[in-house]
Write a protein that binds this ligand. Structure first.
Ligand SMILES: Nc1ncnc2c1ncn2[C@@H]1O[C@H](COP(=O)(O)OP(=O)(O)OP(=O)(O)O)[C@@H](O)[C@H]1O
Ligand SMILES: [Mg+2]
Length: 194
């Protein structure tokens, strides 16, 4: 993003079958300050990705939870925004703020930007709270909500400490299965009754 390296040099290709990553590290936290005064700083990621995006079916940009220049870069580079919501606390307030930001970015920086959908995570079937959060978001938000809900699952919590995606760490866990179903929904977006 600072133009020090070419995107091809940063890509780690096929670290798993069909999966390449473009990793970051702690230095990225300084980006906000380093980008002060840089021209067209909202479009750095978009311009870098242009070179490689046609090589992939999907490019997924993992964002920080806060709104900053990195998030703006992601929204300028992306076609859609997929919002994960934890079923653990009252999520609506943060969500309406986010929708507002998406609208602003669409108006001013990336007219193509659309909402992809909302996915619920950390769902705990034993608690009323999980159900309440889901019902509350569904009734207050005019958005696509994925049918697949990601449960709280200990295998999902363990996988990162082994540096493995859940599909490699425990492909038969309910966590892996629910992410597979979500992936199918995302892939078939817009096709009814797939
Ligand atoms: N469905 C789940 N069930 C159990 N643990 C989970 C689940 N999803 C994520 N976790 C665990 O919770 C922790 C945080 O998850 P994750 O990094 O995906 O959250 P995040 O919102 O992206 O956090 P950050 O804001 O730091 O990027 C991780 O240790 C992860 O393994
Ligand atoms: Mg994260």
């Amino acid at each position: 993003m600072l133009g020090e390296k070419n995107i091809q040099d940063c890509l780690q290709k096929e670290i798993f079958e069909n999966l390449s990553i473009l990793p970051s590290n702690i230095n990225l936290s300084g980006a906000e300050i380093e980008l002060i005064g840089v021209e067209e700083k909202e479009y750095l990621l978009r311009n870098a990705l242009k070179e490689v995006k046609n090589d992939y079916d999907f490019v997924i940009i993992d964002c920080p939870p806060s709104l900053n220049m990195l998030t703006i870069n992601s929204m300028c580079a992306g076609d859609t925004v997929l919002v994960p919501i934890q079923c653990e606390y009252y999520a609506l307030e943060g969500l309406s703020q986010l929708m507002h930001t998406i609208d602003l970015v669409k108006d001013r920086l990336n007219p193509e930007l659309e909402m992809e959908g909302v996915v619920f995570t950390m769902y705990d079937a034993r608690t009323n709270l999980s159900l309440q959060v889901v019902e509350n978001v569904k009734s207050n938000l005019n958005q696509k909500v994925y049918k697949s809900i990601i449960p709280r699952n200990v295998r999902l919590a363990e996988a990162p400490s082994y540096g493995l995606p859940i599909t490699k760490y425990d492909a038969r866990s309910t966590g892996a299965e629910s992410y597979r179903l979500l992936a199918e929904e995302v892939i078939h977006r817009g096709e009814e009754d797939w």
